[in-house]
Write a protein that binds this ligand. Structure first.
Ligand code: 3EB
Length: 344
């Protein structure tokens, strides 16, 4: 019958090592197998009834081709769900996911709104038995509202930096990140992935590290790493931050999706290369049909073009890539991609 015991006493036979984590993208929340429990399900779509389950979070974005989609992270083992104030916490042996959802605020009030939400998150992290913050996804509406330093994204960056500084989270060992604008009205959603296991982060040699961006992008730099790698006895997890057509610190090919997709894929490949150099036994990581990706498009009309470009570059994308209508944190950017991949 199925092997539910610990694998650590049987590592002599590699075929016995079973990966406890599985991620799938689908129209419904369907377990990977009967023994899997939901760690987190990202709901893309607008039907609130569909997010009304433990572990499912609606992030305020919709699939471009309509309907509802779920990116589900399954864990082979127990997952305990609890709610503490604004936080929904899902704990497993290897990973913990914390979801914080708070109401939206004006650009003027967004620094404090973000700071308060991050304080809540980091207090949980500080007390939890998962020492590594591997990834934080951030979603909120009106990301480009307000001008210059009063832009909502910059105010968000300031609030996040305020909280990170208070809790001693300093670059270069900051979690990977995504910060994306919702098109419809919703609150601020923060989803954090913590791990009990070793976490390494990496930068991209053709981009200035976001935490070192010059002053022109705001009073406090965005605190995230370009890529990360969680390594465990049973599997590894590659994490790619939100990635766009930025070279050095400057956006390139403003509003030109066909050029921006190319630069974005080149940047993702550079992050994969950097991580391959640190881990994966030197084996070169690439995006492929096992990468679970989110493609954020400012213009829904770019869907077919981007999907065919992506398929040419990475192969079958049918059941692994979500195309979401969204705003990107710089007005001239029309596409951003993030994702994860489980490796043996
Ligand atoms: C960039 O590279 C594009 O503020 O958490 C990408 C990933 C971006 C994460 C964040 C922002 C963030 O600067 C924007």
């Amino acid at each position: 019958m199925s092997d539910t015991g610990s694998t650590t006493d049987r590592v002599s036979d590699p075929s016995e090592i079973r990966c406890p984590l599985a991620i799938n993208l689908g129209r419904e929340v369907v377990p990977e197998s009967p023994e899997h429990e939901l760690l987190v399900g990202f709901h893309f779509g607008s039907d609130p009834a569909l997010s009304d389950h433990s572990g499912v979070v609606n992030i305020g974005l919709d699939p471009i081709d309509g309907g509802d989609l779920f990116e589900c992270w399954w864990y082979h083992g127990n997952v305990d769900h609890k709610t503490v104030n604004n936080a929904k916490i899902s704990n497993s042996e290897d990973y913990s996911v914390v979801v914080i959802q708070v109401p939206d605020a004006t650009p003027q009030n967004f620094r404090v709104r973000t700071y308060d939400a991050y304080q809540e998150l980091l207090r949980i992290f500080q007390r939890a038995k998962y020492p590594n913050l591997a990834k934080i996804w951030n979603y909120f509406p009106g990301i480009n509202d307000g001008n210059d330093d009063l832009e909502k994204y910059r105010q968000f960056s300031m609030g996040r930096a305020d909280a990170f500084e208070q809790f001693g989270i300093v670059s270069p060992t900051v979690p990977t990140g995504t910060a994306i604008g919702c098109v419809r009205e919703c609150g601020l959603t923060i989803v954090a992935l913590m791990s009990r296991h070793n976490f390494l982060c990496a930068e991209n040699s053709r981009q200035v590290s976001a935490f070192k961006y010059p002053r022109q992008y705001g009073p406090k730099s965005p605190r995230f790493s370009r890529g990360g790698w969680v390594s465990t006895e049973t599997h590894n997890l590659l994490i790619l931050s939100g990635t766009a057509a930025i070279i050095g610190h400057e956006s390139v090919h403003p509003n030109n999706v066909s050029m921006q997709i190319g630069e974005t894929l080149t940047n993702l490949d550079h992050v994969c290369k950097a991580i391959s150099g640190l881990c994966n036994n030197g084996k070169r990581l690439i995006l492929n049909d096992e990468s679970i990706l989110r493609v954020y498009l400012r213009d829904a009309g770019d869907l077919d073009f981007v999907a065919s470009k992506l398929a040419k570059s990475i192969g079958n994308i049918e059941s692994t890539v979500a195309f979401l209508n969204a705003h990107i944190c710089r007005r001239e950017l029309v596409i951003e991609i993030d994702g994860v991949q489980i490796l043996s």
